[in-house]
Design a protein around this ligand. Sequence first.
Ligand code: NAD
Ligand code: UGA
Length: 461
Amino acid sequence: MKIKNICCIGAGYVGGPTMSIIAQKNPKIKVHVVDMNANKIAAWNSENLENLPVYEPGLSKVVKEARGRNLFFSTDVNKHINEADMIFISVNTPTKTSGEGKGYAADLKFVEACAKQIAEVSKSNKIIVEKSTVPVRTSEKIKEILISNNSDVHFQILSNPEFLAEGTAMRDLEIPDRVLIGGDNSIEGKKAINSLVEIYASWVPKENILTTNLWSSELSKLTANAFLAQRISSINSLSELCEETGADIEDVSKAIGMDSRIGNSFLKTSVGFGGSCFQKDILNLVYIARSEGLEKVADYWEQILIINKHQRDRFSKKIINLIRKENLKPKVLLLGWAFKKNTNDTRESAAIYVANNLLNNNIEIDIYDPKVKESQVDFDLSNINADYDKSLVNFIEEPFLNVSECNIIAIMTEWDEFKDYDWEKIYKKTNKPTYIFDGRNILEIEKIKAIGFNYIGLGRK
Ligand code: NAD
Ligand code: UGA
């Protein structure tokens, strides 16, 4: 079946960029991205491309090309569900905060609400594509909801997890390592898989489009994130050992990464991984394993999160202990709030946790990030502690506004501009002695020390 009309429910970090590329590469297919959040849709439709709700290098160019031609953003969810022959569900699947599985299981209420709405308004056969990251066997649940709410229409379910990383989303979508499509083994199932393969084949070589059964596809997504996060926790755990033994984590990372069996990506030590997915997907994996009675498997994967929290906490403690030991002014300049560079996304950013630890010790903080707004910082801090002391927090738009009052600068995000600062000029303005806590190991130690800074990185002396 040749797809003519796509509807994507969820205009977030995945739905927006993914559908923009699908529309750009398939000009004959109409793509409607719908969301119940009217402000978000208005932002996607804004004339000024600087105001798109998602910041991703290269995104505005693609939106400019396709929007109004065959890419549309709308709040009219029912209309576009009804008109579509293929519907992507690309809504959020956060960790449950109440009920069975609280704190671990993925909350499928948004996915289930979509399935119910699709069933209620559909008058013609449709292919439903799970784009959201979901627990293995969710497609079965979706199918049940669809069938029990609408027996007149035929639905085929596909799993098509997304592997893009924020900050490099457009490149990841343009040249994906692979596209994964899971579906039923029936004739109808295979036809549905082919329809989606054809859409991706407009720009992805067919040998990079992998087709599997539904469950393998769903579980592969959780597993991929768990493996990536596992590498970060592994290197972060060793950064602490390096500090004790005098080895340098950057040397160790390079040395092991040059082994082609290990590979060099995701071996960069940090103050802890953030982002909306690693933690939630590992918690979900742990929950699934425990539900199956696999305690040892669950404990194994949970350890990744334990190390991640430990890394954030020990970084905070280093700062707090130094202030106490040296009797420094309790004020820290935090550079970076986003969970990684080249995104305005702050979900689960290590900066939030470190800031909270500092505030709990009555340490004042100045916060600067090139892409994050003050309202977002306030939202994040309120979220972690509703009663946080606002008088201790200054959001600044000029990074070194108050640097003359600071003894401590902490780099939280690896934004390129931080590397490029004129550190000599900054040093002159600071209140001496001045310490740099490099939570991303991005500065050149020798140069920074030669200027006069005390340098405290991770896993290096
Ligand atoms: P997001 O929060 O940025 O966007 C989700 C959107 O869905 C929101 O705008 C919300 O308003 C909308 N929504 C929720 N329920 C709705 C409904 N019933 N009707 C209409 N709109 C609805 O989330 P995201 O970061 O795009 O993630 C979406 C999914 O993709 C998650 O399962 C996530 O795990 C997965 N994923 C995310 C990334 C990433 O980098 N962010 C990468 C790969 C996979
Ligand atoms: C991650 C995966 O990389 C994507 O493949 C996946 O699609 C996505 O999760 C998802 O499912 O949401 P993302 O979280 O956007 O993408 O970004 P990453 O580049 O993976 O970085 C995650 C965190 O790990 C960031 O805080 C980053 O700074 C940190 N990180 C990354 C390290 O600390 N060290 C590294 O070597 C790499």
